[in-house]
Design a protein around this ligand. Structure first.
Ligand code: PLP
Length: 379
């Protein structure tokens, strides 16, 4: 099998979705599955839908285009670029918006395509990324209502992404209050109140009153089973639905300490190597062009020593590893996103545990150590 590769366990994605959908249903909140970290993968999106997500969202137009065949509502969750409104109305039913000039352009684009495009107006709730100031909302609502080819679907917010502002009863209360005020002022009913992303889960599970919030846009929690506020695992969810596998290209016993005069390494300050003696070191064919180093979790007993464009150097500890063997790594959101985006990383998506687990080690020592070494992360 080719390496490096990301293996996705679609059953785990489905199960994670199902658990979140069921828990949120208690509070009257539906789930939009967000696919941007997996490049709009239709297989992952389908798993989210099987798990009960009632729509899909992505931040990129090309990713949304990949989701066309799934027969569900698609939402562009980043404000459309003015230069792409024509494609936006073709690949999405709804987009999140803050700018009057974009609304006007979307209206014209939708009219040309004889479509109606849905709008969720995003409200600034304190995280200082996208959002309309609360005082400016009536004017923005009037703008949408005045465009014949646009439909005001609802209001939304997004916290935690830019400045780590935590969703709570206060800021979510502002959003709910605004929904009530908007309906009253304009004599309308809003279908959707999109409270936020995975960072809202702690609030949604803990709050005794989620107010008018009836939808969350969830990516990280579904895919990786973690709460992005503190990157802690969410009880009951799989944190290993995605695995990154790389192949060993050199194994050697080397001194712990480099020698010669030292300056910067390829990516800035060289990693510090302390201690004395030797280390059993392996190089994997994996680099910054494939993945974000920060987000890689090696198997127990293996330590990352450093990475450059194309080489990942690890201390093997006591593990028996040969050239041609593969090592599995866990990934965080950044590592997953980068790996899925790299043209050098293959994606393998399957339901159930990866069949590759039964693959034999390569490197010409199959006879010496037959069979898979499941559970070690080394194959
Ligand atoms: C990325 C994003 C989401 C999903 O965030 P997760 O933390 O992956 O759940 C939701 N809404 C917006 C606007 C986003 O950009």
């Amino acid at each position: 099998m080719t390496a490096p590769r990301i293996e996705a366990d679609l059953d785990k994605v489905e199960q994670n979705t199902r658990i979140l959908v069921d828990r949120l249903a208690v509070a009257g909140i539906r789930v939009t599955g967000v696919t941007k970290a997996v490049l709009g993968s239709p297989a992952v999106a389908a798993a989210m839908l099987r798990g009960g997500a009632c729509g899909l969202g992505d931040s990129r137009v090309p990713n949304l285009a990949r989701l066309a065949g799934l027969g569900t509502s698609r939402t562009l969750i980043r404000s459309p670029m003015l230069s792409q409104v024509g494609r936006v109305v073709l690949v999405s039913d709804i987009s999140l918006n803050t700018e009057a000039v974009v609304l006007a352009a979307l209206d014209r684009a939708a009219f040309r395509e004889r479509r109606t495009h849905g709008i969720i107006l995003m409200i600034e709730l304190g995280d200082l990324r996208e959002g309309i100031a609360v005082a400016d909302v009536p004017e923005a609502v009037r703008a949408v209502l005045g465009h014949p080819s646009l439909r005001l679907v609802g209001l939304g917010g997004n916290l935690a992404c830019q400045n780590g502002v935590v969703p709570d009863d206060r800021n979510m209360g502002v959003l709910s209050g605004l929904v009530d005020a908007t309906e009253g002022l304009h004599g309308i009913t809003l279908d959707v109140v999109s409270g936020g992303n995975s960072a809202n889960l702690d609030w949604a599970f803990g709050s005794h009153d989620v107010g008018r919030v009836d939808q969350l846009r969830l990516g990280e929690a579904i895919l990786l089973g973690v709460d992005p506020l503190y990157r802690t695992p969410i009880v009951g969810l799989h944190t290993d639905a995605f695995t990154l596998t790389a192949e060993v290209i050199e194994v050697a016993v080397k001194p712990v300490r480099p020698w010669g005069d030292r300056a910067q390494a390829a990516f800035g300050e060289a990693p510090v190597r302390t201690g004395a003696g030797t280390v059993r070191q392996a190089i994997l064919a994996l680099g910054h062009q494939d993945v974000a180093l920060d987000g890689l979790r090696p198997p127990a007993g293996i330590t990352v020593l450093g990475m450059s464009s194309d080489h990942l150097v690890v201390d093997l500890g006591d593990h028996a590893v040969a050239v041609g063997d593969e090592i599995d790594f866990g990934v965080d959101y950044g590592a997953l996103l980068r790996a899925m985006t790299s043209p050098f990383v293959t994606t393998i998506e399957q339901r159930g545990p990866a069949t590759a687990r039964t693959m034999r080690q390569r490197g010409g020592h199959d006879d010496a150590e037959p069979g898979p070494r499941t559970g070690t992360g080394i194959r």
